[in-house]
Write a protein that binds this ligand. Structure first.
Ligand code: 5RP
Length: 222
């Protein structure tokens, strides 16, 4: 199977998992990226069976609206059962690296609100130790150099993602060669650098369920 076919398989598995649990009043949190896009396309078949969605990016909001799915501001939502999103890397503890699509801050906020975070990923995303994928960090523009210097002190090699402005008006620094053998500690250290808005480690709040696409089928890991 191609990587896209695996992404489609996990996106469909996520819809099959949540659809029977949706109620007319349900709000679904929706992530960003190519796997999340497949999820949106499958979810659209059930659009009359739930209330609407909260989007983790402008791109996702646009795609949801094109399908006729109502998009809510997170501030108007008091309860959300499911958040479904892809990842750039996952380990066996369902700790993730996210933010390849620069949507990490809103993704982390929506994931924090949801009761159940379902990660959908093709098998290439599973790793023993996080960090081969450069870790995205969203940074307030005026803090770019300061944050870069602090990241070097943590042992990483910061690379400014040229030409990218996040939905929040900030920049992205991708951190190469970082030792992420202790993901929760590294997430907290990065969060403590002044000028960092969010980093792409989802370890303090990992996924609750991983649907992993493999050539033998979709594996459920929790
Ligand atoms: C966007 C993300 C995505 O979930 C991540 O980049 C995976 O993308 P894809 O599903 O296209 O492989 O974190 O910020």
């Amino acid at each position: 199977m191609t990587q896209d076919e695996l992404k489609q398989a996990v996106a469909k598995a996520a819809v099959d998992y949540i659809a029977p649990k949706l109620e007319r009043s349900s709000i679904v949190g929706v992530g960003t990226g190519s796997t999340a896009n497949f999820f949106i396309d499958f979810l659209a078949q059930y659009k009359d069976e739930f209330d609407g969605a909260v989007a983790s990016s402008e791109a996702t909001a646009e795609r949801l609206k094109k399908h006729g799915i109502e998009v809510y501001d997170l501030n108007s939502v008091s309860e959300m059962e499911f958040y479904v999103d892809g990842a750039d890397e996952t380990n066996a503890n369902l700790e993730l690296i996210k933010g390849g699509g620069a949507a990490l801050t809103r993704e982390k906020i929506v994931a924090a609100v949801a009761k159940t975070f379902i990660c959908i990923a093709d098998g290439s995303k599973m790793v023993d130790i996080l960090g081969d994928f450069p870790l995205p960090v969203e940074v307030i523009p005026m803090a770019r150099s300061h944050v870069g210097r602090e990241i070097v002190k943590l042992g990483g090699d910061p690379v400014y993602r040229d030409g990218v402005t996040t939905d929040n008006g900030n920049i992205i620094i991708d951190v190469h060669n970082l030792d992420i053998s202790r993901p929760i500690q590294m997430e907290e250290k990065l969060n403590n650098i002044v000028g960092v808005v969010t980093n792409g480690l989802f370890a303090r709040r990992p996924a609750d369920l991983l649907l992993l696409g493999t050539s033998e089928g979709v594996k459920r890991i929790s």
